[in-house]
Write a protein that binds this ligand. Structure first.
Ligand SMILES: Nc1nc2c(c(=O)[nH]1)N[C@H]1C(S)=C(S)[C@@H](COP(=O)(O)OP(=O)(O)OC[C@H]3O[C@@H](n4cnc5c(=O)[nH]c(N)nc54)[C@H](O)[C@@H]3O)O[C@H]1N2
Ligand SMILES: Nc1nc2c(c(=O)[nH]1)N[C@H]1C(S)=C(S)[C@@H](COP(=O)(O)OP(=O)(O)OC[C@H]3O[C@@H](n4cnc5c(=O)[nH]c(N)nc54)[C@H](O)[C@@H]3O)O[C@H]1N2
Ligand SMILES: [Mo]
Length: 766
């Protein structure tokens, strides 16, 4: 066991060798209650989190069970809630005291930690300050500015946490205005999934429900950090492990939540029981090595199948004959792969991959879980499709206890897509929208997030309307995006807390503060509820519980409606005011637009556990062009930029989330599970790489992107930390390392930034 090391003035590394969860989680929740100066009612509010009569957590999108635990929240969900119900405030007086230039010197933590925004504000160039503005003036000016633009020169971005109601209204606003420029945060995470799965199995979302976790007998787990990113899922995993279900994990880092877990909500367990080991096999795959690993497992399945002539076959040939297309090319490609290539690319031994295949081949029903470790690569779509191929080889889709389970990020990111937030016009029912609201969905494709950045850089996008999110920090290529963002004509930030995207403002710039999901939303017909879709395709209602942070806040549906009324008055037949008065009417409209999914929406949203959307692949109905489940054969085993072997000093940077952050919202400077305290300015490196490159632990270094395209991308001031990570891979935090990602380094079809494999060089000196 290594000991605690002090590596810099702020930085201490003290390897965490306890289980995820446990007393550490409880202490961490208590600490965030104090840090955010949460009122005494705070802990009571947490009891309402993810309950049928309560509010849905604004942190991750993991499923909410029908029979919730007493505390149906996790450490990070509690942090998200306390961050929102803080008593700290950012008032007009705060803005009077600080110029924008001064605030730009604050870091992401300091900006959001200042507290909740209380008033609508407008940027004043003369004083370099935000000054108060009335809501009416703000909406009128935004309307005038938007009317002066060509619709395709404005972008309506949505962060994945807005409710189904808000998202539906926002999509209609953009289309009534005349554009499909509706990028969202999923363009940076699971767009890869949304492109890959429809081609393979004819659905844009995962096929698993919570029930599958109770019936599975094997879990293959790729590139998702459950202990930090979706901790409530640890309950399902723990229960599965207790039933003897093997969990085979592929992740370059040994993430605590994937190693072992103590249920922090079970006092008995915390006092007397040893932690539950989570992964039965842990494969520290190289970043971008999953495609090779999957090919290796498939290859091993063929070998097992050949040997099992008498017993149960390792490959489900009957299922493949009945349900699948594209089998032959896949089988040939797998057989043609050489073990030496597979081992070199994946960084895993043949024996390790055969062991994974052995477990899979002996399971009746397998769940395949994945996250950003698969999606944020140049060939992410091919990799997800190869994973589906692996599932299809044993008929592991459309059977109880089996299926594919992409773990979504934001709490309603999946749902936003379901109700029309998409740049792709073919994804929305244009006829219905015309018939119901007399709005023409423009035929021209809009921009996704990367394309929006390209057009901000080339000057053709002039206005960014931001329904949440902190784009200037979240996207790649800061050195080009940030200066271009400042040249925008109009920036509108609908936010709960101050962030960098409001400070790197356009010429005309507004901050519009909104209610958070925990807050009581009172409209003409009384207190309102909203709804969202979780990672397993279940829709849930959510009711705010606490008094709003300020009486001047407006709800997101109200802000969207007012922008619509000011921008496209009289266009279409949408009764904006009636919808704001009663969100139930928005839900009726959603149900009319998407009856197959949302029929009887208002009644069903309060069903314990939510109501399921139909997922055809679960029933083995394949809504693909071939009418079958498709084996899609990858063209090669490379997931990212191939670095020539002679470039020995080039390493692959993985950008990571710490346990103390939610995206660009930084709760604190600690990454408890990885044992890194006090600073985020670190580079995690294998000891052999530290030696090989002539560096020392604790040394200050600069990372420089190793591509030759005329742009100099560097991040300095980082300290080397020796870490258990494959040789040739290094880790750094997002968003600090985002300046290193070229904007063009994205998934080739889905355009998801390839944030998990960036070729860089490490130079001594900060
Ligand atoms: N607390 C907290 N929760 C969150 C978020 C947050 O920031 N904080 N963000 C939310 C959002 S929007 C999203 S999209 C999700 C993201 O949640 P995740 O999908 O978990 O994404 P990351 O944490 O970025 O990285 C996932 C894991 O991928 C591994 N990895 C990196 N490269 C590779 C690779 O090439 N192969 C494999 N197999 N693994 C790899 C990393 O080591 C890491 O453990 O979480 C959501 N939940
Ligand atoms: N290098 C690298 N870059 C990445 C990633 C990565 O793994 N690596 N991950 C990518 C992914 S998956 C994502 S999703 C993006 C997301 O990155 P962000 O855009 O940072 O994520 P958000 O959490 O949507 O945005 C945070 C802001 O939302 C506002 N907010 C909070 N609550 C509310 C609310 O209720 N309503 C409104 N209107 N606003 C609110 C707050 O003011 C806060 O500043 O980052 C992407 N960037
Ligand atoms: Mo995300």
């Amino acid at each position: 066991m290594s000991t605690s090391r002090k590596l810099g003035p702020d930085l201490t590394v003290a390897p965490f060798d306890a289980a995820a969860g446990g007393w550490g989680s409880v202490r961490s929740v208590a600490k965030s209650l104090v840090q955010s100066r949460v009122p005494f009612s705070g802990p009571r509010v947490l009891l309402k989190q993810n309950k049928t009569d309560g509010f849905m957590c604004a942190s991750c999108a993991w499923a909410k069970p029908a029979d919730p635990r007493v505390f149906e929240f996790c450490e990070n969900g509690a942090k998200a809630t306390t961050w929102e119900i803080t008593q700290k405030r950012v008032t007009p007086d705060f803005f009077a005291r600080h110029t924008v230039a001064e605030l730009n010197g604050w870091d992401d933590f300091q900006l959001e930690d200042a507290g909740r925004l209380t008033h609508p504000m407008r940027f004043d160039a003369a004083s370099d300050k935000y000054v108060p503005v009335s809501w009416d003036e703000a909406f009128a000016e935004i309307g005038r500015e938007l009317q002066a633009l060509e619709p395709d020169n404005a972008v309506f971005y949505a962060s994945g946490r807005a409710s189904l109601e808000t998202a539906f209204m926002y999509g209609l606003l953009a289309r009534a205005y005349g554009t499909n420029n509706l990028p969202d945060s999923s363009n940076m995470c699971h767009e890869t999934t949304s492109v890959a799965l429809p081609e393979s199995i004819g659905v844009p979302v995962g096929t698993c429900t919570l029930e599958d976790f109770t019936r599975t007998d094997c879990i293959l787990f790729f590139g998702q950090n459950v202990g930090t990113s979706s901790p409530r899922m640890l309950h399902e995993l723990q229960e599965a492990v207790k039933r003897g279900v093997p969990i085979v994990t592929f992740n370059p880092l040994r993430e605590r939540g994937l190693v072992e877990f103590t249920n922090p909500q079970s006092p008995g367990e915390m006092l007397v029981s040893p932690p539950t080991p989570i992964s039965s096999q842990y494969h520290q795959v190289r970043a971008g090595g999953d495609l090779a690993a999957i090919m290796g497992i498939a290859k091993a399945l063929f070998a097992l199948d050949a040997r099992s002539a008498s017993g149960a076959p390792a490959i489900d040939h009957a299922f493949i004959r009945e349900h699948c297309a594209g089998w032959e090319p896949w089988a040939e490609a797998v057989k043609a792969c050489k073990w030496s290539d597979i081992e070199q690319r994946s960084g895993l031994s043949r024996g390790a991959l055969e062991a994974a295949a052995y477990v899979y081949a002996h399971a009746k029903a397998t769940v395949f879980i994945y996250g950003m470790g698969l999606t944020q690569h140049v060939k992410g779509v091919q990799t997800v499709q190869a994973l589906v191929n692996l599932a299809l080889m044993r008929g592991s889709i459309g059977r109880p206890g089996a299926g594919i389970c992409p773990v979504r990020g934001h709490s309603n990111v999946q749902g936003q897509r379901t109700v029309g937030i998409t740049e792709k016009p073919e994804m929305v029912p244009a006829d219905k929208i015309k018939q119901l609201f007399d709005i023409d969905v423009p035929a021209k494709k809009g921009v996704n997030t990367v394309e929006a950045c390209e057009k901000i850089i080339d000057g053709s996008v002039r206005a960014m309307i931001m329904l949440g999110g902190n784009l200037v920090r979240a996207v790649p290529e800061h050195c080009l995006v940030v200066p271009a963002w400042r040249k925008l004509r109009l920036t509108v930030q609908i936010l709960t807390k101050l962030n960098r995207s409001a400070l790197e403002h356009g010429e005309v710039s507004f901050i519009l503060p909104c209610l958070g999901r925990t807050e009581i939303d009172h409209q003409a017909s009384g207190p309102q509820a909203v709804s969202m879709e979780d990672s397993t395709g279940c829709m849930h209602g959510s009711k705010g519980q606490v008094r709003p942070a300020s009486p001047h806040l407006l709800s997101e549906p109200k802000i969207v409606a007012e922008i619509a009324k000011a921008t496209v008055p009289g266009r279409g037949t949408i009764p904006w005011d009636e919808w704001v008065a009663d969100y139930g009417k928005v839900r009726d409209a959603i149900a009319e637009t998407y009856p197959e999914i949302f029929h009887n929406f208002n009644a069903r949203m309060w069903q314990p556990g939510g109501f399921h959307r139909p997922i055809s692949a679960r029933e083995r109905i394949w809504k693909t062009r071939s009418g079958k489940a498709n084996f899609i054969t990858p063209k090669a085993m490379t997931e990212d930029i191939d670095t020539p072997p002679e470039a020995r000093d080039v390493v692959q940077l993985i950008t990571l989330r710490s346990n103390g952050q939610f995206n660009t919202t930084i709760y604190n400077y600690d990454d408890r599970f990885r044992g890194i305290y006090g600073s985020r300015e670190v580079v995690l490196m294998h000891r052999n790489d530290i030696d090989r490159l002539g560096l020392r632990e604790g040394m200050l270094v600069t990372l420089a992107t190793a591509v030759d395209d005329g742009v100099d991308r560097r991040v300095g001031g980082l300290r080397v930390v020796a870490y258990d990570i494959p040789e040739g891979c290094i880790g750094g935090y997002y968003p600090e390392c985002n300046p290193l990602i070229p904007l063009w380094h994205h998934e080739e079809k889905a355009k998801t930034p390839a944030a998990k494999s960036i070729p860089v060089r490490v130079h001594a000196g900060g």
